[in-house]
Ligand binder design. Structure first.
Ligand code: 8X3
Length: 249
């Protein structure tokens, strides 16, 4: 039986991943900021697997280490880490964007991923096994107008993913990047600070990916035989060909 730790498990891709892992008997450490949602999900999934929750914000370095170190012994051997927590804050040109938004994206998407990884990797190294799945984005492969710091944060995730794979291969640890395009989750609502109209327009005239679509790819990656590592996957809706080429009907 495997144990997975998933960040950002309260909604979207993180939640869908938790659900699909539970269907396949992977025990779950569900992490997020919203305690009520975490407990609710843990309770539902505990009908099929063992679950536990850790409430922390990935950008709070001290809390990340404190919470992960507080895991009881039976949860300490994490086989799969899904670095899913991430956010877009604003979609504005370099001259107009808020510095606070830029900082939040670097703090959560880049530094948060580093903190959680550093807290989890030592036991994987010691046991010479493990799988890290990093949620990147098409925005980590291509810059688009007004994407500036969000793209930079996801380019950083892309670099960290490749770096981790190179550094950890000697311990038999797999590292996988999943890079989605347009996925309909709370993502755009957060990016546009609650403006539902703007958020809806992002997916107008096309069928975006669902969180479930991406979670299925994540499960595919973690369920390959021991000698197979899915290194880097881009997942797009059929109507999207690149960060900027999207067909809307
Ligand atoms: C989210 C996808 O296209 O908004 O990472 O950058 S996109």
């Amino acid at each position: 039986m495997k144990i997975a730790l998933i960040t950002g498990a309260t909604s979207g891709i993180g939640k869908a991943t938790a659900e699909i892992f539970a269907q396949h008997n992977i025990h779950l450490i569900l992490c997020g900021r919203r305690e009520d949602r975490l407990h609710e999900l843990a309770q539902v999934l505990s009908k099929s697997v063992k679950t536990t929750t850790l409430t922390f914000d990935v950008s709070n370095r001290e809390d990340v280490f404190k919470q992960i170190e507080s895991l009881p012994d039976e949860w300490k051997n994490i086989d799969i880490l899904v670095n899913n927590a991430g956010n877009a804050h604003g979609l504005a040109s370099t001259d107009k964007a808020e510095l606070a938004d830029w900082e939040a994206m670097i703090d959560i998407n880049v530094k948060g991923l580093m903190y959680v990884s550093k807290a989890v990797i030592p036991q994987m190294v010691e046991r010479k096994t493990g799988h890290i799945v990093n949620l990147g984005s098409i925005a980590g492969k291509e810059v688009y107008p007004n994407g500036n710091a969000y793209c930079a944060s996801k380019f950083a995730v892309d670099a960290l993913n490749d770096g981790m794979r190179m550094d950890l291969v000697q311990y038999g640890i797999k590292v996988t990047a999943i890079n989605p395009g347009l996925v309909e989750t709370e993502f755009s609502l957060v990016r546009f600070k609650g403006d539902e109209e703007k958020a809806k327009n992002v997916y107008k005239g096309l069928t975006p990916l669902s969180a479930q679509d991406v979670a299925e790819v994540i499960y595919f990656a973690v369920s390959r035989p021991a000698h197979v590592n899915i290194a880097d996957v881009m997942v797009l809706p059929t109507a999207q060909a690149s960060a900027t080429v999207v067909v809307r009907k």
